[in-house]
Design a protein around this ligand. Structure first.
Ligand code: NDP
Length: 289
């Protein structure tokens, strides 16, 4: 099968590599050097231009937000072929995706939203969890491709459902990172060693992905790698908060989480990693990790 892969960022680069194990993958990236490197290292085909990817049976986008996906759809719409499947792996906005799907459907192109979770390590090891919104038939087609990227692939519902659950689950993570960082800071102020505080948390009811995997290296070991941009995480939580608003749902903690992440992004800038919100909590307390 021919796959056109658009967006070789932190996630897309390793995802496209795994697809090339079984398929002919045509890669396109805004910064062309990354696509050239991909082609060199993994034998993928370098797209001459964006339109080249429309020769594929399946087009995959892995971009920051639904806005960039829409820009790409605008540019590719004159070139796409009837019967193509468009898989949008971006963590996007379900409302935008439904409109995008309509535009593509008018050209005979099926669309699924297929955001992923599992971080860069999951993309590198092909162990992502992938949540898919779309028709049953399109889901089956997408699953047959994405099984090279993930272990758990779930059909969540109609178009937009994948994007919806993705932003909700990331909001849970965002709130958990925030409250766990606050409590670790408090533990330290109370004279308890952070490693000990995390060990107790991880052996008890406060345990989470944040306490087990995300915070120990940063708060206890002082390592702050950039693995997931705070700008992307803020976008996800903002989409979740806007979905709550549209549903007239009362979700005060989600609203507050969104506000806290946006404030952190404004303070830290778009080069920051998502766990650096813990630095904002430290700053609020005249404290250093
Ligand atoms: P990156 O910022 O590393 O990569 C973004 C990609 O999009 C790059 O290839 C970039 O090209 C391209 N791009 C940006 N703007 C445009 C544009 N205007 N037109 C065309 N291409 C553009 O992001 P990630 O790979 O980390 O994230 C991608 C998506 O996956 C996001 O929606 C994110 O929320 C989600 N995600 C990320 C995870 C992570 O741990 N990083 C985990 C799960 C989901 P260029 O190389 O030119 O900059």
């Amino acid at each position: 099968m021919k796959i056109g892969f658009i967006g070789l960022g932190a996630m897309g680069f390793p995802m496209a590599r795994h697809l090339a194990r079984e398929h002919e993958v045509i890669v396109w990236n805004r910064t062309r050097e990354k696509a050239e490197r991909h082609s060199r290292e993994y034998g993928t085909k370098l797209a001459k231009d964006l339109a080249d990817t429309a020769a594929a049976d399946v087009i995959i986008t892995m971009l920051p937000t639904s806005s960039e996906v829409d820009e790409i759809v605008d540019k590719l719409l004159p070139h796409v072929r009837r019967g193509t499947l468009w898989i949008d792996a971006t963590s996007g906005d379900p409302n935008v995706s439904r409109e995008t799907a309509k535009r593509l459907a008018a050209k005979g192109v099926d669309f699924v939203d297929a955001p992923v979770t599992g971080a860069i390590v999951g993309a590198e090891n092909a162990t992502l969890t992938i949540m898919i919104g779309g028709s049953k038939e399109a889901f089956e087609r997408a699953k047959d491709v994405l099984r090279l990227n993930g272990k758990t692939i779930i059909h969540v519902g109609d178009i937009g459902a994948g994007h919806a659950i993705k932003v909700l689950t990331n909001s849970i993570m965002g709130a958990t990172v925030w409250i766990t960082s606050e409590c670790m800071l408090l533990a330290k102020k109370l004279g308890i060693d952070i490693k000990t505080a995390l060990a107790v948390t991880n052996a008890g009811s406060g345990r989470s992905n944040a306490s087990e995997n995300l915070l120990p290296m940063r708060l206890a070991d002082g390592k702050w790698p950039l693995v997931f941009k705070l700008a992307h995480h803020d976008k996800d939580i903002r989409i979740a908060a806007s979905l709550a608003h549209q549903q007239h749902a009362s979700t005060p903690l989600l609203a507050l989480t969104s506000q806290l992440y946006t404030a952190s992004l404004n303070e830290l800038g778009d080069k920051a990693d998502y766990i650096e919100v813990a630095k904002i909590i430290a700053k609020m307390n005249n404290f250093e990790w």
